[in-house]
Structures are given as C-alpha cells and as structure tokens.
Design a protein. Structure first.
Length: 181
C-alpha cells in the first residue's frame, strides 16, 4: 500500500489548486474595463447603457450602421464637447474621450483665494440623454497653511450637469441647422 505523507498531500493539493486557478484566470477577458465602464456597471447593475449610437468616429464611419469601417468613441460627441466647454476655466488633468472621463486639477476662484474646487466628470452614454453625464465636485478650504475638505452645496453637481446638457443641446441644434442649409 502506498502511503503519502501529510506534507506531500498538502503540496499536491496546493499545486492542484494553483493550476486550477491559473486555468480559470486564463479564461477571462484580458482587457480591464475602462473607468467609465466601471462607473456605468456600478450605477446601472442590471443593464448596459454604453451600447447606444451617436459616438464620434475617429477612424472612419460606424460599422454597425453600414457606413464603412472604423472605431468610435464610446461617448456622445455633443456631451464631450459641452463638457470641455463648460470646464474650460479649470485646469484639466486628464481628458479621455474613449472612456468618457474628464478630471480637473484644483481650481481657486480669483474672488475667493481661501477655497478651491476639483471636478471629476464621467460621460456614460453614446446618446444625448439627461442621465448620460455624472459630475462629482470636491471643495477644500484653506485653514492656516493646510487645505481641508469642505462640504459642497447640494445642488452644485446637478447645476453643472444641467449646464453641460444645455450646452450639448445647443451644439446639436447648431449642427442640425448647418445640415439643413
């Protein structure tokens, strides 16, 4: 009868578990989700809204619509341009048109040097929809030599989202007017 020591059984079990884990890990998608996709999954756990139409096409026309080949941006072009227009007064640290993410650096208003603001903006859809943009606003106040987090007025993010949506509608109407000429 073959006797296997306790230590050998443990090593055999550990090796088998490691091999199984590596095998299962190899079956997954190798591309991690973008930040916008991750935000979209957290906000809409029961369905995707990123699969809509209306994004910008950088390298040709949309394949789905039969207009040729190309890869498009995953966000609405009007929302993207409106977001950049609306946040133009703030220093932008990151602007990712493929993921729909715009991150600003701290901005200190000229009339209020003891406070500063920062904005994280996520465009979540290819369609011009009211729920296609999410804004997070952060505020800090200067206390002595240190900056301390401070509360932001409750309607600040919503007001910024409304401004972006209004600008996006203006851009869409202006493009439609040019197309009718």
């Amino acid at each position: 009868m073959l006797l296997i020591s306790r230590r050998s059984r443990h090593a055999l079990f550990t090796s088998a578990a490691l091999a199984a884990a590596l095998l299962v890990a190899g079956c997954g998608d190798s591309k991690p989700p973008s930040h916008a996709e991750q935000m979209q999954k957290e906000m809409y756990p029961f369905g995707s809204i990123l699969g809509g139409e209306g994004g910008i096409s950088l390298f040709g026309k949309n394949k789905k619509s039969g207009e040729g080949e190309g890869a498009g941006i995953g966000v609405n072009s009007f929302l993207w341009r409106a977001s950049l227009d609306t946040l133009a007064f703030m220093p932008i640290v990151q602007a990712d048109p493929f993921g729909g993410v715009i991150l600003t650096d701290w901005y200190t208003p000229p009339d209020s040097p003891s406070e500063r603001f920062k904005v994280n903006l996520y465009i979540l859809d290819r369609q011009l929809r009211a729920d296609g943009v999410r804004v997070s606003v952060f505020r800090q106040q200067k206390t002595g030599a240190d900056w301390r987090d401070a509360p932001v007025a409750g309607n600040t993010a919503a007001t910024l989202e409304d401004s972006i949506l209004t600008r996006a509608r203006q851009l869409r109407l202006a493009q439609q007017a040019r197309g009718n000429e």
